[in-house]
Design a binder for this molecule. Sequence first.
Ligand SMILES: C[S@@+](CC[C@H](N)C(=O)[O-])C[C@H]1O[C@@H](n2cnc3c(N)ncnc32)[C@H](O)[C@@H]1O
Length: 433
Amino acid sequence: MTLPPPRRYMPKPDPVDPPGVPARRAALRLLDAVLRQGLPLEAAIGRATAGIERSDDRALAHAIAAEVLRRLPDLDALIDSATKTRLPDDAKARFALRIALVQALSLGTPPHAAISTVLPLVDGGPRKLVHGVFGTISRGGDQLPEQPTLPDPVAIRWHAAWGDDGIEAAERAMAVPPPLDLTLADPATTAAMADALGGVSLLPGHVRLDSAHVPELPGFEAGSWWVQDIAASLPARLIGAGPGSVLDLCAAPGGKTMQLASAGWSVTAVDSSESRLARLHENLERTQLTAEVIVADLLLWSPPAPVDAVLLDAPCSATGIFRRHPDVLHRVRPSQISELAALQAKLFARAADWVKPGGLLVFATCSLEPAEGEEQLTKFLAARADYSLVPITPEELPVGMTPNPGGWLRTLPGMIDPGGNDGFFIARLRRTA
Ligand SMILES: C[S@@+](CC[C@H](N)C(=O)[O-])C[C@H]1O[C@@H](n2cnc3c(N)ncnc32)[C@H](O)[C@@H]1O
């Protein structure tokens, strides 16, 4: 007779979850990845939702986690108001309560469903506490504020840089889902595409829609447009039309590569990430646009000859895209901003050597940190007498955006109203002949 293995060697069975619970369990894993491990939300989604078959459950997990990240300081304030002893930031009970409360108070889930699908996450643990705190808050009729509150470290940084108005605009931007901005492959089709898609155009070659399911919109399969926030479309627009040779540095997944290719440039797109370049290849295939694509570390790679124009969309903290990626509000630390700023300065200096005399260099970051924008430009201009700014003019920008009197562009969240825009820094420079 064979004996069963001793109990301690038995593998722990996966919990058999009732319907609705797997999505909440995945949301918990996503929040753990962002808040405890410091990973980007998008990088964690594959692993956190592995094993969940239904795409709507995966989408729900993402939606819950993203809304918790948008609402975190307000959710935590509610939880703290209902507990005698403050729960540690990383307590599982706090994570479970955040997930239950955000559903009931922000996502329209009936309270009994919000709590019953979360309690299994704390089975064998603080179930009673979670149930009790959720009940206290629900019975008290507390609501989340209309506008989400920024986490303190971000609010302090952005207040120093952009003042009360900047904070107010950022919080207002988080209160509503961002619109869907499309860049058109052929600007001549702007009016027709705006009509066909039921959107509005804020610039030639741009259409803005309320959020929609992208692959189902007319023109997606045909490659007539790609998704790109209007602020993200400006760096390539500011280079103007080809012909000529252009280096698109830090190019993946290729929004700006496609803009430059469709504007008549002969584009060389360089990026160090093979997986992100795979998406660039897919994008080029769908839009039938062409570019030479090179996988390389730009700290080591150099082009064979100088080019007419260079676009450097430098790696950054990405704090300017907090509306769609609220994880940046919680995981980006000042030390990371400094490290990224040092990398940007190196890439900026290298890129500047690859421009022909008389050619253009555009430097851009999707960051709301002056260290990744204004301060980079000041240092660059002090070091490079062979470059001067080509001032960006209001006529080149959508209504609501104005360039800085110094000639560069700083986009802040609420500049375009309604709908808003991402936070970018953009400077256009010419190398002296
Ligand atoms: C802001 S994203 C680029 C977005 C892209 N320009 C677009 O419009 O779709 C920054 C990119 O820099 C790339 N990157 C970071 N460090 C790099 C390096 N040392 N060399 C080359 N690419 C790098 C990342 O892989 C990432 O794709």
